[in-house]
Design a protein around this ligand. Structure first.
Ligand SMILES: [Zn+2]
Length: 357
C-alpha cells in the first residue's frame, strides 16, 4: 500500500493508505480549527495501582460538526470533514479529542500533595482508523482484500506508536453499534498508544509467567491445543488461526481469534498469517450478524504485547464480544460485574458456540 502523511488544519497528522501506488494526496484542510491543545491528565488509583485518564477537555469541545454531517466521510464541495480528500481507501488520523496525546504540557506530580496518588500528563497517542470511505458499509462487508489492508495498517500503526517515547502498549480496537455508545456510524476503529501497561495485560502476563514456571509452556498454546482437540467451542479452524468461544466466556456473545504461532503483536505476523486472518475474521463477523438477523453491536479488542516488557510472555489475540444477550436485550454491567469484576453469564459458552455455528 502507498502511504502518504499530511497535516490537518490544527496540526494533527493524517495518513492515507492507498491500494494503488499512484495516488496523490495533496488536498488541504480548509477548515478553521483552533490549534490542538489536549490537556488530559492521568492519576494512579492508590488502592488498585491502576491508572485512570482524566480527559476534562473532552467536555469543552469547541468545534463540533453539524449532526447531519459525518466527519469520517470524504470531503465534498462545501462540506469539509476530517478527511480533506474527495475519496480514500483506508485513512488514519489523530483523534481531535484524545484521551492520550503527545505534547501535553506539565510535569509529573501528586494529587493535592498526596504521595500515594501520582499524577502525570496523559502523554500517548489516540488515532482514528476509517476502514472505508463508504459511510453505509461495515467491517463485515469490507471484503477480504480490504481487511488484509486493514491488518497492514494496524501493523504499521503498532510499529509507529510503539516508537513514540513513553508509549508502553498499543491497543487497536473497534466499537460497533449504538448499543455500546457509538455515535458515528461510519465504519471506523481506534488505536490507543498508552503510556503504561494496561491492567488486563499485566494480569495476563502474571498468569502466563506462573504457568510457564510450572509447565514450561505458554498457557495460550495449551488452551489453543485443548480447544482445537475438544472442538466443542470452536467456530473456525483455519491454517493459521482458530476462533473459539472461551471456556469461561463472560459475555453473552464472545469469541477469541488466536494465531497458531506465538507472536507478540500484529506487526510480527507473517504475510501468510495476515492473508489467512481476513477470511477467518469475516467468517466470524458473518456469524455474529446472523445470530439475531441484524447487525450485532460488538467490541473487537486486539491484545498485543507491551512495547518493552513481557514480550516473550505475550500471545497476540483478538477478543470479540457483544453486550446483546437477545435480539433486543442488553447485558448490563451490574453490581457483581461493575463492583467486584465477577462476571455472571446467563448462557453457557457451549450454548453460545452452538448458536454461532
Ligand atoms: Zn461517513
Amino acid at each position: 500500500m502507498k502511504r502518504t502523511a499530511r497535516r490537518l488544519a490544527d496540526g494533527r497528522e493524517i495518513i492515507y493508505f492507498d491500494d494503488e501506488p499512484g495516488r496523490e494526496r495533496a488536498a488541504e484542510d480548509t477548515r478553521e480549527l483552533p490549534p490542538q491543545a489536549p490537556a488530559s491528565e492521568m492519576r494512579l488509583d492508590p488502592l488498585t495501582d491502576e491508572w485512570v485518564a482524566i480527559a476534562a477537555h473532552r467536555q469543552s469541545r469547541t468545534y463540533k460538526p453539524p449532526a447531519e454531517m459525518c466527519p469520517l466521510c470524504p470531503t465534498s464541495p462545501g462540506r469539509p470533514t476530517e478527511i480533506p480528500e474527495p475519496d480514500y481507501d483506508i485513512v488514519v488520523f489523530e483523534n481531535q479529542f484524545p484521551s492520550f496525546a503527545e505534547g501535553i504540557p506539565g510535569e509529573s506530580s501528586t494529587v493535592d500533595g498526596m504521595p500515594m496518588v501520582p499524577a502525570a500528563p496523559a502523554r500517548g497517542r489516540c488515532e482514528v482508523v476509517c476502514f472505508t470511505s463508504d459511510h453505509d458499509s461495515s467491517f463485515a462487508a469490507l471484503g477480504p482484500e480490504r481487511v488484509r489492508g486493514v491488518v497492514d495498517v494496524w501493523a504499521d500503526r503498532t510499529t509507529a506508536l510503539s516508537a513514540i517515547p513513553g508509549v508502553e502498549q498499543v491497543f487497536c480496537f473497534e466499537n460497533r453499534g449504538e448499543e455500546i455508545g457509538v455515535t458515528l456510524h461510519h465504519p471506523h476503529g481506534q488505536i490507543y498508544g498508552y503510556p503504561f501497561v494496561t491492567p488486563k495485560t499485566q494480569t495476563m502476563l502474571r498468569v502466563a509467567e506462573a504457568y510457564r514456571a510450572e509447565h514450561g509452556r505458554h498457557v495460550m498454546g495449551d488452551v489453543l491445543a485443548a480447544e482445537r482437540a475438544s472442538g466443542s467451542r470452536v467456530l473456525v479452524d483455519s491454517e493459521h488461526w482458530t476462533a473459539f468461544v472461551p471456556a469461561a466466556a463472560r459475555w453473552p456473545v464472545e469469541v477469541q481469534i488466536v494465531p497458531h504461532r506465538q507472536v507478540p503483536d500484529i506487526a510480527a505476523l507473517t504475510d501468510d498469517e495476515r492473508d489467512d486472518f481476513a477470511p477467518t475474521y469475516l467468517d466470524v463477523l458473518g456469524r455474529l450478524d446472523r445470530l439475531y438477523d441484524k447487525p450485532l453491536p460488538y467490541i473487537a479488542a486486539w491484545h498485543q504485547a507491551p512495547v518493552r516488557t513481557g514480550r516473550d510472555l505475550s500471545w497476540l489475540h483478538l477478543e470479540l464480544f457483544s453486550v446483546l444477550r437477545s435480539a433486543d436485550k442488553l447485558k448490563y454491567l451490574a453490581g457483581s460485574e461493575s463492583g467486584m469484576a465477577v462476571w455472571i453469564n446467563d448462557a453457557t459458552p457451549e450454548q453460545i458456540a452452538e448458536r454461532l455455528r
